[in-house]
Design a protein around this ligand. Sequence first.
Ligand code: ZN
Length: 91
Amino acid sequence: MVRYYCPYCNPKYQFQKQSSKGILICGLCGEDLVKKPFIRLNQIIALVAASSLLLPLIYTFIFLIKNQINPPNKNYQANSILTLFIKETIS
Ligand SMILES: [Zn+2]
């Protein structure tokens, strides 16, 4: 649940009111209420979002480097068969 507060009034005497437009306003001064910042929650969400984007990228990067250092045997075999086939068709 998101809590709202008025940045201008004393938090002790604040009460929420709903304006005719359906927006929450301060009962004392009539200003629009501001969402209370949940810095820790936001940081956790940002961290999860960033890691969910970055982890697959890092994983694919490592996988690509690994494949370039030792290419998998499957590809090598496929290539050698192809070169054999080409040699046979030429000769
Ligand atoms: Zn206020």
